[in-house]
Design a protein around this ligand. Structure first.
Ligand code: 5GP
Length: 233
């Protein structure tokens, strides 16, 4: 069976990756890889659903053991993709979705060939930096000095990542301005990737099959048409 495709969705924090992911997964079947992080949960976030929330010691120990496909530090916290579930689902022919930042995406890009993983890199951008700032402010609720500094750090990082996007060599760039349009674009990307030749080996093999019963019927029809000295009518 053909292995699944690894879709790596990258984009600044606050650009709406979480919403896009949820909406995309209503339209196409994908296994979402739940990341591990050392940052504390935000209100409403659940362990094992949004993230695996762990402490720094545990994270570093797992990283030491090679348990992550990639990992990165982001604004003072660690984030990583547990490797085993990703490989298991890809091996079953299922497509897997990662939602990670740029450093992690670079690591996946570097390792994918040696791991025999076909990865497709999607970069989600805001319509503008100001719009991103508006979204980050909007979702933060009550603002204090620490939160303000974190927003500034996230904005600065977003600016750098977007400026450097060309270097990573993303396969697709999706602007998250009108949500429905961005979801539709991601949907089309996933469906198109599934039509790529490397995923269509079974369809190619089936296309070469001759069915004995149908062949026999066609033989008979062919003889009949020849006997009538022409076409069917
Ligand atoms: P947040 O704290 O806003 O949930 O995530 C911060 C950033 O870390 C986001 O850009 C998010 O995509 C990224 N991130 C989440 N999980 C992972 C992961 O497993 N690996 C990497 N490299 N980045 C991640």
């Amino acid at each position: 069976m053909a292995k699944g495709t690894l879709f790596v969705m990258t984009g600044a924090s606050g650009v709406g990756k979480g919403t896009l992911r949820a909406r995309l997964m209503e339209r196409v079947k994908l296994y979402y890889s739940i990341s591990m992080t050392t940052r504390p949960p935000r209100p409403g976030e659940r362990h094992g659903v949004d993230y695996w929330f762990v402490d720094r010691e545990r994270f570093l120990a797992l990283r030491e053991q090679g348990a992550f496909l990639e990992s990165a530090e982001y604004v003072g916290r660690f984030y990583g993709t547990p490797r085993a579930p990703v490989e298991r689902h890809l091996a079953k022919g299922e497509d897997v979705l990662l939602e990670i930042e740029v450093e992690g995406a670079k690591q996946v890009k570097a390792r994918a060939p040696e791991l025999g993983i076909h990865a497709v890199f999607l970069f989600v951008v805001p319509p503008s930096l100001s719009e991103l700032r508006r979204r980050l402010l909007f979702r933060s609720g009550h603002l204090d000095e620490a939160k303000l500094r974190e927003i500034e750090a996230r904005l600065a990082r977003a600016e750098r990542e977007i400026a450097e996007a060309g270097e990573l060599g993303f396969d697709y760039v999706v602007v998250n301005d009108v949500l429905e349009e961005a979801v539709a674009a991601l949907d089309r990307i996933v469906r198109s990737e599934r039509l790529k030749a490397y995923r269509q080996q079974e369809a190619l093999a089936r296309a070469l099959v001759r069915h004995p019963e149908l062949e026999a019927e066609l033989d008979e029809m062919e003889r009949w048409m020849v006997d009538r000295g022409g076409t069917r009518d």
